[in-house]
Design a protein. Structure first.
Length: 372
């Protein structure tokens, strides 16, 4: 009998619970467990067969789901929990929610395809491959949708060249949109999905949409993402490399990826990226940064104007360099200009006169903040 520490999707006073099973599970295996007569999803964190004392009250694992979270996904959950106010249980629930959309028929098909007794070390090696260090880019452009298309095309060509040593590994590009209407605007233009001069069959480029609406299109997207996992037998039987472009709202960061090559965050200064509902609180910009770290993948922030928060990450020289998209198109760089001052002392004033003087270089900022 084996004993496992399992993270349930239900928030409890403690993060993990101990369950037993006669099966051999690896970390990341999604299982079904009973908590107060309710069956919920859980994920295996670790095995602990060194328990002592009376073990008769430990409940058994009631079932398994045919999917194993990759070590990257597990790392993402941990990093999100450590860097936000969310519990790991709520974060795991967000990861498992898309999987719940899959119906029983598809679940059965996945069960028949999953590897049995496969060694996790072998799988991680197959998934890894040779890869350059990830890049973090911040891109300013007045034409966001055109820029997205160009970045996708360049990325595909770049990753095809880099993946020649591991041709069976699929290329996954996640494009995150702040609003559904912006996503729809992008998908309505068929020119965005033409890929000329690529050294691969255009039929092997898959475009998926995910809006977290529980529609058939969402379900198909989730199933196809799961099928890219190296834990399924038909992955290695297919000798053709596929390029998967996933267009999603912010909920797409919790999709069950086994690998990600690039994340593109569109219109990063958009306020819709702040998640403050359903007991889950995060800034999608922070989440994408943590996701890129967990999956060791490239991350591009794209916007017409940079948010103050992200622009603080860069020196002036770097901001000047990445702003060249405007000059190349004979467009002026964005500037903030003050047209009118409000000298009234009212409590509703957004910017104080002192700050305005700093912006106009009429007062020394160091002198202001050192005075008591």
């Amino acid at each position: 009998m084996n004993y496992y520490q399992i993270l349930p999707e239900k928030k409890l006073p403690i993060d993990t619970l101990t369950y037993k099973s006669d099966k051999d599970f690896i970390p990341g295996q999604i299982v079904l467990i009973n908590i107060r007569n309710t069956e919920v999803f859980g994920v295996v964190i670790s095995q602990n067969n060194t328990l002592k004392g009376d073990l008769s009250n430990i409940k058994p694992v009631s079932g398994t789901f045919p999917y194993i979270l990759s070590s990257n996904q597990m790392d993402f959950i941990k990093n999100m929990a450590n860097n936000t106010f969310n519990s790991p249980n709520i974060l795991f629930e967000s990861v498992v929610n898309p999987i719940k959309v899959i119906n029983q028929k598809n679940t059965k098909n996945l069960s028949e395809s999953i590897y049995e007794g496969q060694n996790i070390t072998d799988i991680e090696n197959k998934q890894g491959g040779d890869k350059r260090p990830p890049n973090l880019e911040f891109i300013l452009d007045s034409e966001l949708l055109i820029r997205i298309r160009n970045i996708i095309r360049i990325s595909i060509s770049s990753y095809l060249k880099l993946s020649y040593k591991s041709p069976l590994q699929d290329i996954n590009i996640l494009v995150v949109f702040p609003e559904k209407k912006i996503l729809d605007n992008f998908t309505q233009n068929k020119e965005n999905f033409t890929f000329p001069n690529l050294s691969t069959d255009a039929n092997l480029i898959n475009i998926y949409k995910y809006k977290a609406e529980r529609r058939k299109s969402d379900q198909e997207t989730i199933i196809n993402i799961i099928k890219t996992s190296p834990y399924f037998s038909y992955t290695n039987q297919d000798s053709k490399q596929r390029i998967n472009i996933i267009l999603s709202t912010k909920a797409g960061i919790f999709l069950p990826f086994s690998s990600i090559n690039k994340i593109i965050l569109v219109d990063e200064s958009n306020s819709f990226y702040i998640q403050e509902q359903n007991s889950l609180y995060y800034d999608t910009r922070d989440a994408c940064f943590l996701l890129s770290k967990s999956f060791n993948c490239d991350l591009d922030f794209i916007s017409t104007l940079p948010s103050i928060r992200l622009s603080n990450f860069y020196s002036e020289s770097v901001l000047n360099k990445i702003s060249t998209n405007y000059s190349q198109n004979n467009k002026k760089l964005p500037r903030i200009k003050i047209y009118e001052k409000n000298f009234k002392n009212d409590k509703f004033k957004v910017i104080s006169n002192q700050i305005l003087d700093i912006l106009n270089d009429q007062e020394d900022i160091n002198e202001i903040f050192t005075n008591e």
